[in-house]
Design a protein around this ligand. Structure first.
Ligand SMILES: C[S@@+](CC[C@H](N)C(=O)[O-])C[C@H]1O[C@@H](n2cnc3c(N)ncnc32)[C@H](O)[C@@H]1O
Length: 283
């Protein structure tokens, strides 16, 4: 698979995340969290707690503390950066391609004056930061959406200090060939051209100058995320009087079924990576 694909452009992706903000706020999470959950066990069906746990796991693996200066790339509505600043007292920035999501994050921040963080609109492929600005770059389920992935890796490498940590979760494309149904329900649904396998991702990161510290396959957690969300969508659809909202939820619950089939067929996956920019200085 070519990782430089131009079926969906950055503009398509940004427009999609602008246009769907209100839908996701009303269904997925009112705070604007939009990432895969890390579930306690097979019986766990609390998506919001699982999504919070993903942030905790990633922060712990990245070893973020009060001295960190963090960049969250594809920060969406800003929840992870706010979580990190509240929990550890670190400074940081959030960057996202969606103006609507950045606006939402900035409004949320307006009530949090004690936090030393900022949110900006921009792309992972052209970041408005000086070289070596950050001790940590983090990201949750966003970098797969970048059409020119090597360029975003080069940018992340540029803005990290030598020895700095790049830690993130992301969607995976375990196998090259993708069938029609997975294309429709997994990829086209979110304007995603395609991504790396767990092994392919590591090779791309090494090529960009990162040393791999951890690469974990989290397929079972993404399957559970869509199982839980699909069930929620069906239940909510039955209770909602709004015909358009009901239709969206039923279509989404159908997609959730297809997404689980795609995961079983190796057409979709999820992974967590911790890497370090080669160089001597500790973050
Ligand atoms: C699935 S959402 C995840 C949002 C957030 N990380 C979270 O966990 O809630 C993906 C996000 O990536 C952003 N994104 C996609 N391509 C991007 C790019 N080239 N540069 C910056 N952000 C991008 C989208 O606008 C969207 O907000």
């Amino acid at each position: 698979m070519s990782t430089i694909s131009h079926i969906y452009t950055e503009r398509d992706v940004g427009d999609f995340f602008d246009q769907t903000l209100q839908t996701y706020l009303s269904f997925w999470d009112g705070d604007g969290v939009l990432h895969t959950g890390y579930f306690a066990d097979d019986a766990d069906d609390d998506y919001l707690a699982a999504a919070e746990r993903t942030s905790e796991v990633l922060a712990a693996e990245a070893k973020i503390d009060g001295s960190s200066r963090v960049l969250d790339v594809g920060c969406g509505c800003g929840n992870f950066m706010i979580h990190l600043a509240e929990r550890f007292g670190c400074r940081g920035e959030g960057l996202d391609l969606s103006r609507e999501r950045i606006k939402f994050a900035q409004e949320k921040l307006a009530g949090e004056k004690r936090l030393d963080i900022e949110f900006r609109h921009g792309s992972a492929t052209q970041m408005p930061y000086e070289p070596g600005s950050f001790s940590h770059v983090v990201s949750q389920d966003a970098l797969c959406l970048v059409p020119d992935k090597p360029r975003s890796h080069t940018e992340i490498h540029r803005v990290l200090r030598p020895g700095g940590v790049f830690a993130f979760s992301d969607f995976l494309q375990p196998k090259k060939e993708i069938g029609e149904r997975a294309r429709k329900h997994v990829y086209d649904r979110v304007k995603w051209n395609g991504g790396y396998s767990l092994v392919g991702y590591q090779a791309a990161l090494e090529e960009a100058g990162f040393e791999i510290i951890l690469a974990r396959n989290l397929e079972s957690h993404i399957r559970q995320t869509y199982r839980v969300l699909g069930k929620t969508a069906r239940e909510r659809a039955e209770a909602t009087p709004d015909a358009a909202a009901r239709e969206w939820m039923l279509a989404f619950s159908t997609s959730c079924e297809e997404i689980q089939v795609a995961i079983d067929d190796g057409e979709f996956g999820w992974g967590l990576f911790v890497t370090r920019k080669r160089g001597s200085a500790a973050p």
